[in-house]
Design a binder for this molecule. Structure first.
Ligand SMILES: NC(=O)c1ccc[n+]([C@@H]2O[C@H](COP(=O)([O-])OP(=O)(O)OC[C@H]3O[C@@H](n4cnc5c(N)ncnc54)[C@H](OP(=O)(O)O)[C@@H]3O)[C@@H](O)[C@H]2O)c1
Length: 272
């Protein structure tokens, strides 16, 4: 039975990955979460009784290694797909640019460190903890990391996209980390790649903003997205994004040049 571990599975895209994967009774599906109480209840309410939720903190290697032991017990010692979906999208700098912190630089510095710690070092710790299970797998061996087009230089430069620097810089680090892992483990037949899932109406995105300044910053960001992709119709449902990402993850291969790549859910550089 193919086995899947999805990180950040309590909500948003991560929960949707788990939901879609669990629809196939052949799959062993594990959601890695920081706290399993609420995702377990949500999964149960939706009849997703076969999904296993395992707890870990992405910034704590010991907790990830302990979770890996639990996952080993569930899968029988191997893992075909590690889907690194967890990430912090900082609310502090999400709609602000680097110049907005001239008088409060410490806030920016703290946010940059936090984003790097969770999104880059947390990713590397997660791979460190779970890679032995992927190496032990028979059949597919894929480490799929969810990145963001926000880290694409063409998108930034063509639209002067100045906001969300901490997040975008951390995702650029993610892309490089994934390429480095690919360079190291391609010869073992493990596919490492980064996929941008597109703009999705997850809980985080649909929470809305109460203050007028943030609403207008969000509208300005949407205008830039439309400049980059004039056909863009706004955020898509999580189900549409998850199925496109999974379809790409299934068809992608080292042989076809996907090792270390950073692409959209379409397999190209159309991020929207
Ligand atoms: N939504 C979009 O439009 C969009 C666009 C491009 C890329 N992405 C990427 O797609 C992935 C999923 O996005 P999403 O909108 O579903 O995100 P989300 O709900 O905000 O977060 C996804 C998961 O990341 C973990 N997480 C969030 N904040 C964290 C923190 N401060 N420290 C540690 N873990 C944290 C949580 O994991 P637990 O479940 O373990 O608590 C959460 O379930 C992310 O990698 C994101 O960067 C999203």
């Amino acid at each position: 039975m193919p086995s899947y571990l999805v990180t950040g599975a309590s909500q948003g895209l991560g929960f949707e990955f788990v939901r879609q994967l669990a629809a196939n009774p052949e799959n062993i599906v594990i959601g890695l979460v920081r706290n399993k109480v609420s995702p377990e209840a949500k999964a149960k309410a939706q009849g997703l009784n076969s999904v296993h939720f395992v707890q870990a903190q992405y910034t704590d290697l010991a907790s990830l290694k302990a979770a890996s032991e639990v996952v080993k017990g569930i899968t029988g010692g191997n893992l075909n797909y590690l889907i690194n979906n967890a990430a912090s999208v900082s609310e502090v700098t999400e709609l602000r640019n680097l110049g907005d912190f001239h008088t409060n630089f410490e806030t920016l510095e703290e946010d940059l460190r936090y984003s790097f710690d969770v999104n880059v070092i947390g990713l590397i710790k997660t791979i460190e903890a779970f890679l032995p299970l992927v190496q032990a797998a028979t059949g597919e061996k894929k480490v799929i990391t969810i990145s963001s087009g926000m880290s694409d230089l063409d998108l930034i430069n063509s639209t002067d996209l100045d906001v969300a620097a901490a997040y975008a810089i951390s995702k650029a680090g993610v892309n490089v980390a994934v390429a480095k892992y690919s360079a190291l483990y391609k010869k073992e037949g493990i596919l490492f790649m980064s996929i941008c899932p597109g703009n999705i109406a997850t809980e985080r995105q649909t929470r809305g903003f109460t203050n007028e300044e943030d609403k207008s910053r969000l509208a300005a960001l949407a205008t830039k997205f439309m400049l980059f992709a004039p056909d863009w119709k706004g955020p898509m449902a999580p189900a549409e994004s998850a199925s496109a990402v999974l379809a790409l993850a299934y068809r992608a291969s080292i042989e076809n040049g996907h090792g270390g790549s950073f692409v959209s859910r379409h397999g190209d550089r159309n991020w929207m």
